[in-house]
Write a new protein. Structure first.
Length: 477
């Protein structure tokens, strides 16, 4: 009798899984009719190349910053985009902030488009072409910042310049928010947000760098996917410090302080944070899972049943999918003695912690202390931010963004996702819940690897498509 009952329960369970899988289908995709947009291709290429020649490398050490290169860049914008500077009010804010205000027919639902014009350094010995020469070779524009994010900054201004020259009047007020301190977590963007708050300006939409149009981003999906960040994890840098009496290495104690730190690191990696299924990840699974192959579709349609299995796979494989499911800890630094034969009087390891969901700096610190189980090892916060809020995906602005992406890259699936990295846009979460993180480019895995790496470059056609995206977007905002 019990065997029959168990068999019946299993059959019902299997039937529920199969029914949910069959019903887990994509929504109908609306027909799109994108308009043709004629561009001055030579101007766009030349403008971006000129921007790259401005060596706007930011640095936490002010003495190492060439401020004249930043002034040169700002002067270049005025020269290259006369219509924007004629119609917009430019307010300089903080150390490097440029806030352009273009008035529309209404001030009720203002939009903000963001980018940053500072770049990370380039070790030119590892480059095949000069990093700051703005070299255009064949169908490629070379240089630091082409992808991060002078390319999108240029595309924004090209789109606005084109529309203004044609006499187009924006429906709503538009702000361009440009910072020259994003790469060093500077205060410029926060200063801009404070300025807008004081003016009583609450953006209806904010668009900044983030996801992109990518291939093979989701299990079982073979179509390109445009992933739009609707939230980002918190980022924390923390040291774990331990002290001793030091001494000569010829007579070491049974457990050296570096040995204790090594045990702590092993304990942290052995005890990952618990999984959390946050709204951005749920929505990504629900959106892209419907386009997945049968086995994956079965999993994502029935997370109530398969979530433990998915979590097990994530923990074992690591990488981006695992990072979407939990707070992660990457031990990146370790310090001890400077001599082989000296026991260090103090030692430390440094970790980068990416906070997810309900985890905070305080709760993560307490969890790691419990895992380490060594009161001699003291956590010391260097800096950090908690996770951002999650943006609305049920509003008109989100639907508009989805439509413009689909028109610009036909056949692409558009999905929310959770950003692993941090951006300046987190500051805007204090004045709006419609902050979207999307770098408007179709990028291969190799191209994504060039961001902050060697040989950063952008194909001309990619750049032109980005301008078309912004033309369509600005016409809708």
């Amino acid at each position: 009798m019990i065997g029959w009952m168990i068999s019946g329960i299993l059959l019902l369970l299997l039937a529920a899984i199969l029914i949910r899988t069959v019903m887990f289908r994509p929504a109908n995709e609306p027909a799109l009719h994108p308009q043709e947009i004629m561009l001055d291709e030579a101007k766009i290429i030349d403008d971006l190349a000129a921007m790259i020649r401005c060596k706007t490398v930011s640095n936490r050490d002010e003495s190492l910053v060439d401020h004249m290169e930043f002034v040169k860049f700002q002067t270049l914008l005025k020269e290259r985009f006369p219509a924007v500077h004629r119609h917009a009010k430019l307010t300089k804010i903080g150390k490097t902030g440029l806030l352009y205000h273009l008035r529309g027919q209404s001030a009720e639902k203002p939009s903000v488009c963001m980018a940053h014009y500072d770049v990370v350094p380039a070790e030119e010995s590892g480059w095949d072409r000069p990093a700051f020469a703005g070299l255009v070779e064949g169908d490629m524009i070379w240089g630091r910042g082409t992808l991060d994010t002078k390319g999108t900054l240029c595309a924004l201004l090209e789109a606005a310049e084109l529309l203004l020259k044609e006499g187009y009047v924006l429906k709503h007020d538009l702000y361009f928010s440009f910072s020259g301190e994003e790469e060093i977590d500077g205060e410029t963007c926060a200063d801009i947000v404070d300025y807008l708050r004081e003016k009583g300006i609450q953006p209806a939409i904010v668009l900044d760098e983030g996801g992109a149009v990518v291939d093979h981003v989701f299990p079982g999906v073979d179509r390109p996917c445009a992933v739009v960040g609707i939230g980002e994890k918190g980022s924390v840098n923390m040291d774990f410090v331990i002290e001793s009496d030091g001494g000569h290495a010829s007579t070491p104690p049974a457990h050296t302080i570096l040995g204790q730190l090594a045990q702590a690191v092993a304990s942290i990696e052995k005890h990952p944070f618990k999984r959390q299924l946050t709204r951005p990840v749920k929505e990504m699974f629900d959106t892209l899972g419907r386009h997945s192959s049968l086995v994956y579709r079965m999993i994502f349609a029935n997370l109530w049943c398969f979530l433990p299995l998915l979590d097990f796979i994530c923990k074992k494989s690591g990488g981006e999918l695992n990072a979407m499911m939990r707070t992660t800890v990457a031990v990146t630094r370790m310090e001890g003695s400077k001599a082989y034969n000296v026991l260090p009087p103090n030692a430390a390891f440094g970790a980068n912690i990416r906070l997810l969901g309900d985890d905070t700096i305080e709760s993560a610190t307490k969890y790691l202390q419990r895992v380490i189980k060594n009161e001699k090892i003291r956590p010391r916060l260097v800096n950090g931010t908690n996770p951002s809020i999650y943006s609305d995906t049920s509003c008109e602005e989100w639907n508009t963004l989805k439509e413009v992406i689909a028109e610009t890259w036909p056949g692409t699936l558009v999905s929310p996702y959770l950003m692993m990295a941090c951006s300046d846009s987190r500051h805007y979460c204090s004045i709006t819940d419609r902050v979207y993180r999307f770098s408007a480019m179709q990028l291969s895995k190799e191209e994504r690897g060039m961001i902050h790496g060697n040989n950063e470059r952008v194909p001309v056609e990619t750049m032109l498509t980005t301008v078309r995206f912004y033309v369509r977007l600005l016409q809708r905002l």
